[in-house]
Design a binder for this molecule. Sequence first.
Ligand SMILES: NC(=O)c1ccc[n+]([C@@H]2O[C@H](COP(=O)([O-])OP(=O)(O)OC[C@H]3O[C@@H](n4cnc5c(N)ncnc54)[C@H](O)[C@@H]3O)[C@@H](O)[C@H]2O)c1
Length: 476
Amino acid sequence: MNTNGKGFIIKPANGRLGVLLPGMGAVTSTFIAGVELMKKGLGKPVGSLTQLQTIRLGKRYEARNPLIKDFVPLARVEDLVFGGWDLFPDSMYDAALKAGVLTPDQIAPVKAELQAIKPWPAVFDQAYVKNLKPQQAKSGTRWEMAQQLMADIETFKKKNKLNRLVMIWCGSTEVSTEPSAAHQSVEALEKALKADSKDIPPSMVYAYAAIKMGIPYANGAPNLSADVPALVELAEETKTPIAGKDFKTGQTMMKTVIGPALKTRMLGLNGWYSTNILGNRDGEVLDDPGSFRSKEKTKTSVLDTILDAHLYPELYGKFAHKVRIDYYPPRGDAKEGWDNIDIFGWLGMTMQIKINFLCRDSILAAPIVLDLALFMDLAGRTGLKGIQEWLSFYFKSPQCRPDLKPEHDLFVQHMKLKNTLRVLMGEEVIDHSGLDYYEPTLGVPVQAPPPAPLKRAKTASPAAKPKRTVRARIAA
Ligand SMILES: NC(=O)c1ccc[n+]([C@@H]2O[C@H](COP(=O)([O-])OP(=O)(O)OC[C@H]3O[C@@H](n4cnc5c(N)ncnc54)[C@H](O)[C@@H]3O)[C@@H](O)[C@H]2O)c1
């Protein structure tokens, strides 16, 4: 037996989960259309860990590999209800047609469901997204608009008889901003909201409203949003999980696979040139240099952290790194990325790697939105509060404690995610050393014992307090 019975107490995923989506463009409409198709058995959740992936428990010879969704108590896809805000009043059906990611034939079976979802007016400030002209927006100070968001959420919750909510930012990339005095404490932030300070980007108003209400908040764009001391403090106070920033989908996902591979083999890097063309609304927004700067920051930071130039100055001390995104309308959502990687090996001999990724942005992002909605809800029911670093797997620029280095390596992030699930459920953490299969002195049986039955999640009444003592043993 390798369950130690020390898992966290997780409240059951009873009833309906409301998924709040600020920004209802290409990613959101593709995500909702996919989930509605899945509810009817007409679509496959390809790309989603929560729906398709298994998790190994215990020793390899035990052959215990349940689906993640059977192992941890996640909300069911059938119980998801969607609401959100946008600058444009288009229903999710019209937004999906405009985005052109899915064909009219593909979404025809869920046309009625998509037409019924219409965005509420947005909190917007043109200074933060220069290239879009809003057709519906709230008015008042930022403080008043935060109250309006909370009222929208309450109405949505009542109308749909929702048990819980999560919020995932799928809105545009805002102009790059640095944290200022207004972002340093809850008190300063609330004062700035009341003074309608321009230092508060719209995405931060949504984040404030969600976290104030105890609604888990994840940020799919590079915006500052909840990545400031004030909102980390508020998340601790209201016991709310937060995570960000910027979905890791195409080129950066590849970068966080190839970068660690080079370092693992001690191959040197002279330069990495990345360029993209895309023609969707996201591309139009990123055509503004201020918004592009936000994206550039999250896209370039990954290599510096992965390669640890300070530890390996001869291999990674001087590499050139360039990232470009060009708005090219004919491509729509079908982004094309090129990477040219100049590397060197034995005796300094140079080599090159070329990657040409013809991807579909929203097709890669939609399963991430689903996983984040379900995992952030799980975090909320488990009593995990503040920054959820175990969800770094999904982000280009993982939010973490300021004194820590973010983890960018995709496979380390993946291990972190799965080991967190094992810890939550009282299963042994897997360290992959494998030594104990060969060294009986380590006190573990070398021969396979009969397989152990899968231990299910412990659930508790909503009043129960989460148990914090976890003593997971190591399974190699
Ligand atoms: N698709 C991907 O692979 C991917 C990867 C990483 C990050 N992202 C980010 O996800 C976000 C969504 O991408 P998309 O392709 O759906 O873009 P999109 O332009 O199609 O949709 C974004 C929507 O947000 C709306 N919006 C802007 N400001 C708003 C506000 N203040 N309140 C409410 N709505 C607002 C816009 O009107 C637009 O409809 C972007 O920030 C993008 O950079 C996408």
